[in-house]
Design a protein around this ligand. Structure first.
Ligand code: PGA
Length: 257
């Protein structure tokens, strides 16, 4: 049985003061609830220290949005996975479409980063997904296959415990347009089958695959209720406590069937 994961990607939002307020608000509302899944918030680097006291795992955990592909050295502006671990981080997002699009990150970067995440004892959330033209052209499955084949077999020690996949169709990110539950299920099942080829059937069966792209309180239950959807990576709706909590409630409701 896979535990769901709901992770909030705050992107370039919320400095230390606002981040602390949101994180403590979430922690207060969730404390003492016996959740059947995991909850993670991923603030900007400078907000991590302010959020850390509210995200020590009961049940909220701390995540980061990026890390360096190296462990140390002359790489101005970079932050290593080991430093993030020391700051209380447990999860690191890698391969987000905004990193691909605006920062020209490619497979080789993702392999280096995920290996660093794993070397630091952390879990990676690896994002992938097709853009609108690719979907319209009937190439969504092939694009996803190339994105997974370009990274998963090259990882040094990936397993179902330290790796989470996040299928994020780019046409659904921040657009208010969501994949239908049928599309999400189809792409997740496709991803899991590929993961089976690349990492082995046992790992693929236990691997959590999140959906990301305009996931909201009113669609979370149906999306996360799909057999191969194991939670959500949440952008916009993670910035408001009520919305993020509503998505967690959706995930809990999905556990009830
Ligand atoms: P969104 O973003 O929920 O705002 O669509 C999701 C993401 O980018 O991870």
């Amino acid at each position: 049985m896979r535990r769901y994961l709901v992770a909030g990607n705050w992107k370039l939002n919320l400095g230390p003061a606002a981040g602390r307020e949101l994180a403590f608000g979430l922690a207060d509302r969730l404390r003492g609830r016996e959740l059947r899944g995991d909850v993670v918030v991923c603030p900007p680097f400078v907000t991590l220290a302010a959020v850390a006291p509210a995200a020590q795992g009961d049940p909220v955990q701390l995540g980061a949005q990026n890390c360096a592909a190296w462990d140390k050295g002359a790489y101005t502006g970079e932050v290593s996975a080991a430093m993030l671990a020391e700051a209380g981080v447990r999860y690191v997002i890698v391969g987000h479409s905004e990193r691909r699009q605006y920062f020209r990150e490619i497979d080789q970067d993702f392999v280096g980063k995920i290996d660093q995440v794993h070397a630091a004892g952390l879990k990676a959330i690896f994002c992938y997904g097709e853009v609108l033209d690719e979907r319209k052209g009937g190439r969504a499955e092939a694009v996803v296959e190339a994105q997974l084949r370009g990274v998963l077999p090259r990882l040094e020690g990936a397993n179902a415990y330290n790796l989470v996949l996040a299928y994020e169709p780019v046409w659904a990110i921040g657009t208010g347009e969501t994949a239908t539950p049928e599309i999400a299920q189809h792409m997740h099942a496709h991803s899991r089958a590929l993961a089976g080829q690349l990492l082995g059937a046992e790992t693929a069966g236990a691997l959590r695959i999140l959906y990301g792209g305009s996931c909201k309180p009113d669609n979370a239950r149906e999306l996360i209720g799909q057999p191969d959807v194991d939670g959500g990576l949440i952008g916009g709706a993670s910035l408001k406590a009520a919305d993020f909590l509503g998505i967690i409630d959706g995930a809990e409701a999905a556990c009830d069937g």
